[in-house]
Design a protein around this ligand. Structure first.
Ligand SMILES: [Zn+2]
Length: 427
């Protein structure tokens, strides 16, 4: 289990503690459970002049899942980690469905409507709702975590490759720097740009070497626009020849190669508006924000021999990454954004007619769909103890989704809430 967050009597964050220590504090009555997700305890006695160690919150924003890690820079310990799954797709589907319903409704009224499609304006910095939701969920967790944990700085992966550093011709002899971050990032960039194939013969799946199109002897530069990848035989064969001489029988290859070399890689992340928007909003929190490149993240991960998961990637973001990350004890919290229910009153059949009665209420006997409950069933067919997400019915007979499956028809009398719904489900 990851470390446990601790807040003092005034709900100010203290240093997270080992889960064993947290258990001891709770069982000896010195603390109580404050919140289930993320697991937080509150001290019952005041601490005089508490000492906290600043922690760094690290984010690796992804389109479906964002990795979150809280790292103690001094000790290199990953204190807490999570993987946050977004609901961008669900939002898009819901809006598409709504659009369809509205369109069919309009078409049922056959009166004349003036065309009105050229009168919409979008504010500067507008993002589609699905992307906006990703930003909101990340920011929700940034504020939430800084409430329970002394976070002093933020790291975010912003772009895939640092184009400015790479086009800097001052970086001497890329091929002699293999292993250092600079060489690594250039190499990764070239692998992506040249599609992991030899630029001269198109060989795939062979070891590739960084190759100067105009060779160094003839004053070819180290700029990435003069670099490509070649397999060893091609590299040796070309030697210091000019590319036109080397490929004199293949003029079309020369042409394609030269245009591809000039064209910068359309870096998906560099134009990724969501990441830049996130960066702006993280800066607005007032905490110092450090940015890193994807190449740097991968470099840190590979040099430490770590697996590729979202939360480990997050822990490796940025230049501040400790030389040795301690990740043994970490079990990331899996967070799934579920939203806060929908406003639709009636389910429809495929013709748009109501299929069931309108929803009568959202809160049933104090329970709401999405609450995490503990149900102790002592009689009947479903004897047992269940902990999971509840789906309420107006009748008071609920469904509980646990990690193993859904249990239907549990009475509200048997349920107790352990975590009120907050738009996320956890496991
Ligand atoms: Zn080749």
């Amino acid at each position: 289990m990851s470390n446990v967050f601790v807040v003092d009597t005034m709900q100010k964050p203290l240093d997270p503690v080992h889960p064993g220590r947290a258990r001891m504090l709770v069982s000896s009555g010195k603390a109580a459970v404050f919140r289930r997700f993320p697991f937080t305890i509150i001290l019952k006695q005041e601490v005089h002049e508490p000492v906290t160690h600043p922690l760094r919150l690290k984010l690796d924003p992804g389109s479906k899942t964002t990795g979150i890690a809280i790292v103690n820079e001094g000790s290199g310990e990953v204190v807490w980690a999570a993987e946050l799954s977004h609901r961008g797709n669900a939002i898009k589907e819901a809006l598409d469905a709504r659009r369809g319903v509205r369109r069919s409704r309009r078409q049922r009224k056959t009166r004349y409507r003036k065309p009105r499609f050229a009168n919409r304006r979008r504010k500067q910095g507008w993002l589609p709702p699905s992307l906006e939701s990703r930003l909101f969920t990340i920011l929700t967790w940034v504020t939430r975590l800084s409430r329970y944990c002394p976070i002093a700085s933020i790291s975010q992966e912003l772009v895939k490759f640092d184009m400015q550093a790479m086009n800097n011709p001052e970086i001497g002899g890329v091929e002699y720097q293999q292993g250092t971050l600079q060489g690594y990032e250039v190499r990764e960039y070239l692998l992506e740009k040249w599609n992991r194939t030899c630029a001269y013969c198109g060989a795939k799946g062979v070891p590739l070497q960084i190759e100067h199109i105009q060779c160094r002897k003839k004053h070819g530069s180290n700029r990435v626009s003069n670099l490509c990848l070649a397999c060893e035989p091609c590299n040796l064969k070309k030697g210091t020849q000019d590319i036109e001489v080397f490929l004199r029988n293949k003029p079309d290859v020369v042409k394609r190669l030269l245009t591809q070399a000039k064209a910068p890689l359309r870096d998906a992340s560099a134009v990724n508006s969501t990441r830049w928007a996130l960066y702006e909003r993280l800066k607005a929190t007032g905490l110092p924000v450090e940015t890193g490149t994807g190449g740097m993240t991968k470099f840190h991960r590979m040099t430490q021999g770590l697996d590729k998961t979202h939360w480990i990637d997050a822990a490796c973001v940025g230049a501040s990454t400790p030389l040795i990350l301690l990740i043994d004890r970490v079990h990331p919290l899996r967070i799934q954004a579920t939203g806060h229910g929908c406003r639709q009153m009636c389910l429809m059949n495929r013709f748009g007619f109501p299929r069931a009665k309108p929803k009568s209420c959202k809160v049933v006997h104090g329970f709401q769909t999405g609450d995490i409950v503990k149900a102790i069933v002592t009689s009947g067919k479903k004897i047992g103890v269940y902990v999971g997400r509840v789906a309420v019915r107006a009748s008071g007979s609920f469904n509980i989704t646990t990690s193993v499956g859904t249990i239907q028809g549990v009475g509200y009398q048997q349920c107790t809430i352990i975590h009120k719904t907050d738009g996320y489900s956890y496991c």
